[in-house]
Design a protein around this ligand. Structure first.
Ligand code: CA
Length: 530
């Protein structure tokens, strides 16, 4: 069965290739060759800022901190900022257990601080991206008491643990529940939602979409659920968000992403799919296309493979060449498709590396960083910020680690922008560097060429060793260097000055959720996926 699914998928891909050549319609997302750079605008502990329980994080709420950095984010030439889950999830929560979708005050700040931050970012030309947690939801009361929007048990997938966590001692709590006993225990199947769906179009495990046992899995086949989610996304757009980072997307069918994106027109979309399943990540992205089979209208997906490769091969450069096309989803050309155009790269996020419990002790499995504050983190950024895909920089690396790292990240972003490197840029690996056990590549940008060497020194490789000429050094650090060649070979400062500055983005009028109507036609797409 596995093989058969793979072949069906593969055939669909070949068909898609021919379609790519003839479609040029309006794009819900960025199409191909996205030249933007993203900042992850928070870390795991960000929600603790400004709360009395956590005095060491100071008085300012997280939204105030981001607000005050908007100018610096612009000056570093970040285009996108991925912000934490925007909905109320309890008094102190990172937000991945959303309780009230429509309540946009949360542990990171109240509604007004939220709006003020988004206004500041838009005024500085930075596009805010919201973290959308819609695989699952937390109850406001008990396991299943959903408020704002009010949903019944019909919104919860049939096999959810809330229906089987049965105890005989429910009198412990007036609502009839405890941490291990659900008030919805034993609800007849007819009063529950549908089962998790089968994602066989893009996953070959033969099972269903992922069911997360910490919170209630949402039934996206229910039109009222989709109507409220679209209303929520439109509310977020009116607050100032322009794009979506979808959480845990292996947990519901990719076609619903197509529906949500088609209804809300984000300028950027990326999903967090199962970390170690690059093949399914491709298939998931393909099935999110707002125009079926047109990958240019599809969501991006996080390139965990590049992260794992760089993490597991620090200072060992031969694996960085992959199979001659680079690494990760960026280097993936399965079925002749440039998957790099849908890849979002990163080297740390809020879920990886060092991370703490609320008492300050490290969480299990998060006692140490993957990339330490030295050549390790520099060289990893020298890779992703010079390569195809849409690269993401982690907040702490830029603002908190050290000023030298911050300046190097800025220099790398500048080199990328001056050369015009984008998500679909062509990569030319340098075999003469490979022969010396170090990594070097030429990357073709819209304005010129970028050259990068990681490992070794100029004595081992510099662009002239591959007969390149008329280039200039743009960035350098511990055993890595980046050069750029553009017409006229101007000084770095002159090239930087000539780069277009980002205009301020419009600040939309806020629309409370109750004023937003969602037409029936927005709830589905008329094609073979439905
Ligand atoms: Ca699910």
């Amino acid at each position: 069965m596995m093989k058969r699914y793979y072949r069906m998928f593969s055939a669909a891909m070949v068909l898609c290739l021919s379609l790519l050549c003839i479609t040029g319609t309006a794009l819900a997302q960025a199409g191909f060759e996205d030249d933007r750079v993203m900042l992850q605008g928070f870390y795991w502990e960000s929600y603790r800022h400004g709360h009395e329980r956590f005095p060491k994080y100071g008085q300012k709420k997280w939204y105030e901190i981001v607000h005050d950095q908007a100018g610096n984010i612009r000056d570093a030439r970040f285009d996108l900022i991925w912000l934490p889950p925007p909905s109320f999830a309890g008094e102190t929560s990172a937000g991945y257990n959303p309780k009230e979708y429509f309540n946009l005050g949360n542990s990171y700040g109240d509604h007004n601080q939220h709006r003020a931050m988004l206004e500041a970012l838009l005024n500085n030309g930075v596009e805010p991206i919201a973290d959308i947690v819609i695989n699952h939801r937390d109850g406001s009361a008990g396991w299943t008491g959903f408020k704002n929007p009010d949903w019944g048990l019909w919104a919860i997938t049939r096999g959810d643990e809330a229906f089987s966590a049965c105890c005989s001692d429910k009198q412990l709590n007036p609502g009839g529940y405890t941490a291990s006993c659900s008030e919805a225990c034993g609800t007849p199947e007819g009063q529950r939602g549908q089962e998790e769906e089968s994602p066989r179009d893009y996953a070959w495990h033969g099972g269903t979409t992922y069911a997360y046992d910490s919170f209630r899995d949402i039934d996206h086949t229910n039109p009222q659920v989709r109507r409220d989610i679209i209303r929520y996304l439109l509310q977020l757009k009116s607050l100032g968000y322009r794009g979506w980072r979808y959480d845990m997307v292996q947990g519901f069918h990719a076609r619903w992403i197509a529906v949500y994106n088609k209804a809300t027109h984000p300028t950027f979309s990326v999903g967090e799919y199962d970390w170690n399943k690059q093949g399914e990540q491709r298939g998931w992205a393909f099935n999110t296309a707002t125009q079926k089979d047109d990958l240019r209208t599809a969501s991006n997906v996080f390139d965990f493979s590049t992260y794992f490769l760089l993490k597991d091969n620090k200072g060992k450069y031969l694996p960085w060449y992959g199979f001659g096309n680079g690494v990760g989803l960026v280097g993936d050309s399965t079925d002749g498709i440039p998957w790099k155009n849908r890849a979002v790269t990163f080297i740390k996020n809020h879920d990886t590396g060092y991370r703490t419990h609320e008492d300050g002790s490290p969480q299990k499995g998060h006692e140490d960083e993957d990339f330490h504050d030295n050549w390790e983190v520099e060289q990893a950024y020298a890779q992703i910020l010079t390569h195809p895909g849409v690269p993401t920089v982690f907040w702490k690396h830029f603002f908190d680690w050290n000023g030298s790292l911050r300046e190097k990240i800025k220099a790398l972003i500048l080199a990328r922008k001056v050369a015009g490197v984008h998500a679909g840029s062509v990569l030319h690996l340098q075999s003469n560097a490979n022969a010396k056990g170090i990594y070097a590549a030429r990357v073709d940008g819209r304005h010129g060429a970028l050259y990068v060497r990681i490992g070794g020194t100029d004595a081992d490789w510099q662009p002239s060793d591959s007969s390149y000429a008329n280039y200039r050094e743009y960035a350098a650090g511990d055993h890595w260097k980046v050069w750029v060649a553009i017409a006229g070979n101007p000084e770095v400062a002159a090239a930087a000055k000539a780069l277009q500055t980002k205009p301020a983005l419009p600040v939309p009028d806020y629309r409370p959720h109750e004023t937003i109507q969602v037409e029936d036609a927005s709830l589905r797409i008329e094609d073979a996926r439905f």
